[in-house]
Design a protein around this ligand. Structure first.
Ligand code: GDP
Ligand code: MG
Length: 670
């Protein structure tokens, strides 16, 4: 590998789409700010020597958020051979703000002017040659999603990279800002050279008072003093603060460039359409009810109308295969213990989980529609006011919605929150959202106890999760996380019809994740459970699993759950194995009951739970500490094992209290 290219640009400029076109890989594309959090890499098609790195979307190089830190670190430390700066042509002015900063890094650069299809469709135009001349950087008009201009772009990229053509040094600062930047440049020239920092970039950052640059360049006390003085002089002379002065300088330069190169008669068709749709979907009073209506519909389709029949078909298929394998083993005359291990252990465990694949796929179909269409960003917007009441901002809603899919990416998505306080609080609350791994548990219990009201029972669980997050937020806001959420700034991307390939890819990814989990974690857990329930402490095969190793362990903890209505070692064992992955609750219960059919399973479950205690059990599994993977993510994002443990304890205690309340109140009513 001899060349490294970095793909940088604002959020929603089409970075991931272009990345996929250039590398032929299939990263998930989202019409939703903050989807790309970690940088992704791929080798460019037909150019084996070139590695492309997709960086998270950013607006500027000042590190206000984690994404900006990742991008900035990468560009400054890894020194890519070339930066591909992707720009949304329907929004040139705002996008160029980052471009001007990237240009200061003295790294060869090419601009990919994306979304040209929309510009042209709306009758606007961009004078690409003039724009390129004004900036001193090659500009290539493209449409990433329509696959237009990609090969031209690649030609220009390779040429620029081999020629190592630097962006022209633009001295676009004027007057007082110019004076400040240049006098600081002189002061720090040697230090910048020593750590190989681009001089102009360093000087500009020091005007901003950027801590990271001060540290990296080893700026002395004395120098800092002089710098502060220079900056103060500048602020006094201009009558504004330093941030405003720099922003003003950049924007007036951008305005000048665009006045010559961009012809804009009207908003693009997409923008006009989006405004119309937003009048309804982000309406002051209807916005939230519409959102809940949409979620209700999604859940109803997933669990009821479409999901349930599909799942039945799946279950039957698995039963047929199990039968087949079972008779094959018997015919082969293999020992009964092995037959039991394969059928009662592996097939029962993995099969019970696998049968929920259709529900998972449908759920992710809808989640990716929400995301790709641009609606998810609106939801964050309409929920902002409500979330503020519990001490969070609209941005926190994004991770929470992702949490309906899986807590791990949801917890990682909190990186897009700029305030540490908001971030931590969101990490604690997100696992209360009902993740898709809990679906099989709901499915199993509702089948046994509430076969006629399955969808309604599941929906109540989702809402209990949300309600507990709200109450929990109120509690945390007035205790551990005092303070105010940061103001909500998030750009609303234009609504776009989601591309079919993107949605299918997303569903496929999630389905594979699920299947993989079934054949790894669940597979191993099922075997382990089978062994522990088939043998006693002296390794004798037991005839009744109530005498097994597992029963003796499970019975130890079972009494803890007596107040919740389920004092049975099988239930408590399932809760423990559920920590490896929540689906393991289902595989464990299935293996432990040894049931061969749904009817038999229902019968045995009716011996473990009453309908009310089965519901308390569901509430507990919904809320107690998340699986190991999510716990690890929590630890990573909170940066401390201690706080991760405290979080898990908090979640488990909450689960216990809520399930207790549900069971006790239920007992009084019924
Ligand atoms: P990122 O946030 O920069 O990674 O942007 P994405 O690649 O996720 O794209 C954001 C949205 O813009 C998606 O809905 C894409 O389908 C859409 N998009 C990307 N490129 C184009 C383009 O050239 N034309 C149009 N009309 N839409 C595009
Ligand atoms: Mg992206």
């Amino acid at each position: 590998m001899s060349l490294i290219f970095a793909l940088a640009g604002n959020q929603n400029s089409g970075k991931t789409t272009l990345f996929n076109k250039l590398t032929g890989s299939n990263q998930h594309v989202g019409n939703f700010p903050g989807v790309t959090i970690e940088k992704k890499e791929g080798i460019i098609k037909n150019h084996k020597e070139a590695l492309l790195v997709d960086l998270p979307g950013i607006y500027s190089l000042s590190p206000y958020t984690m994404e900006e830190v990742v991008t900035r670190d990468f560009i400054l430390k890894e020194k890519p051979d070339l930066i591909i700066n992707i720009i949304d042509a329907t929004n040139i002015e705002r996008n160029l703000y980052l471009t001007l900063q990237l240009m200061e890094l003295s790294i060869p650069m090419v601009i990919a002017l994306n979304m040209m299809d929309e510009v042209i469709a709306s009758g606007n135009s961009v004078d690409v040659i003039k724009l390129s001349n004004n900036l001193g950087i090659p500009v290539v008009p493209i449409s990433a999603s329509k696959n237009q201009g990609i090969s031209e772009l690649m030609d220009v990229i390779m040429k620029t990279a081999y020629e190592k053509r630097q962006p022209r040094k633009l001295d676009f600062c004027t007057g007082e800002v110019h004076k400040a930047i240049h006098s600081i440049s002189h002061l720090i020239e040697d230090q910048a050279k020593k750590v190989a920092y681009p001089l102009r970039f360093a000087a500009t950052k020091l005007v901003e008072g950027d801590e990271i640059t001060i540290k990296e360049l080893n700026i002395s006390e004395n120098q800092l003093h002089i710098i502060n003085h220079v900056v103060e002089d500048m602020e006094n002379a201009l009558g504004t603060d330093k941030e405003a002065a720099l922003a003003d300088m950049r924007y007036s330069y951008i305005e000048k460039i665009c006045a010559e190169a961009v012809v804009k008669h009207q908003e693009t068709l997409e923008q006009i359409r989006s405004e119309k749709v937003d009048k309804i979907l982000t309406h002051k009073y209807f916005g939230i009810p519409i959102f809940f209506g949409i979620m209700f519909l999604i859940f109803w389709i997933t669990f009821g109308a479409v999901g349930a029949p599909l799942q039945e078909i799946f279950e039957e298929g698995i039963a047929v295969i199990t039968e087949l394998v079972s008779s094959l083993i018997i015919d082969a005359g293999v020992s009964e213990v092995i037959h039991s291990l394969v059928i009662d252990g592996i097939f029962a465990g993995v099969g019970s989980v696998l049968s929920f694949l259709p529900l998972i796929v449908i759920l992710f179909f809808f989640l990716s529609l929400l995301e790709d269409s641009g609606y998810m960003a609106r939801v964050a917007f309409v929920m902002d006011k409500a979330l503020r009441k519990i001490g969070l901002s609209g941005r926190s809603f994004v991770p929470m919605l992702i949490g309906f899919g899986c807590s791990v990416p949801a917890i990682m998505a909190t990186r897009t929150l700029s305030s540490e306080r908001d971030r931590k609080m969101t990490i604690v609350l997100t696992p209360f959202m009902s993740c898709s791994a809990k679906l099989p548990i709901y499915g199993m219990i509702t089948m046994a106890f509430f076969p006629n009201n399955a969808a309604i029972i599941m929906i109540t669980l989702y809402f209990i999760g949300i309600l507990v997050a709200i109450l929990s937020g109120l509690l945390l806001k007035s205790t551990v996380f005092k303070g105010n959420p940061v103001p909500f700034v998030m750009e609303l991307p234009a609504y776009r019809i989601p591309s079919a390939t993107s949605v299918v890819m997303h569903m496929y990814d999630k389905a594979m994740d699920f299947v993989k989990k079934a054949f790894t974690i669940i597979f191993i857990a099922s075997i382990a459970i089978w062994f522990l329930q088939s043998f006693d402490w002296s390794f004798n095969l037991v005839d009744d699993s109530a005498k097994s190793v597992l029963a003796s362990i499970g019975s130890l903890i079972a009494p803890i759950f007596k107040p919740l209505g389920f004092n049975d070692w099988r239930a408590s064992t399932a809760l423990i194995t559920g920590l490896t992955a929540k689906e393991a609750v289902v595989s464990t219960l299935t293996v432990l009951t040894g049931a061969v059919s749904d009817v038999e399973l229902s019968l045995i479950l009716n011996g473990i739970f009453t309908p009310l205690s089965s519901y308390a059990f569901l509430v507990f599994t919904l809320l107690y500490m998340p699986c190991i993977a999510a716990f690890a993510a929590t630890k990573r994002e909170l940066g401390s094992f201690k706080y991760a443990i405290i979080t898990a304890v908090y979640q488990t205690v909450t689960a216990y209290i809520v399930a207790l309340v549900v069971y006790q109140i239920g007992t009084i009513i019924i």
